[in-house]
Design a protein around this ligand. Structure first.
Ligand SMILES: [Zn+2]
Length: 150
């Protein structure tokens, strides 16, 4: 419990550049690391902010973004999910969140994401993706996965 609380406080007081995800001081206008103009971020749509957060430096934020994008059925998330799968990402919890989000997004690209994941180096990822593919091929609704996400 103490750990949870302190990590929440940490997230509240730490500011990140939404382009390179380096932590920066609160009042920064231009990121000293990548030159991104931080005002630009305010004009992005909610979904664009979520898509950007898939590259957040804090894994919990990436997981949260993937879950919300899945619940919103956001098709633009799928190519980014594919990139993450191909990037050698090894955080199982992030990969699981990505698969659970992908299966909820009704687009042909979702099959590509799951197929790609079914060849992943991680046995757990491989197994989950194969189960999901079987379910999709049997035309079963992906409700089973809904219980596990927010
Ligand atoms: Zn930056």
């Amino acid at each position: 419990m103490a750990f949870l609380l302190s990590s929440q406080i940490f997230l509240m007081v730490t500011f990140f550049c939404p382009n390179c995800w380096t932590s920066i001081p609160e009042e920064t206008e231009i990121c000293p690391h990548c030159g991104y103009e931080l005002k630009q971020f305010g004009s992005l749509t909610y979904e664009d902010k979520l898509l950007a957060a898939l590259h957040h430096s804090v894994p919990e934020r990436r997981i949260m973004a993937a879950q919300i994008l899945g619940n919103r059925g956001c098709e633009q998330a799928l190519p980014i999910f594919l990139d993450i799968l191909q990037s050698g990402e090894s955080n199982y919890f992030l990969l699981r969140a990505i698969l659970m989000a992908a299966i909820k997004i009704n687009s042909p690209l979702r099959l590509e994401v799951l197929t790609q994941a079914s060849h992943h180096d991680s046995l757990l990822v491989k197994k989950l993706a194969s189960e999901m593919l079987t379910q999709l091929n049997n035309n079963q609704a992906p409700q089973k996965w809904d219980r596990n996400t927010g």
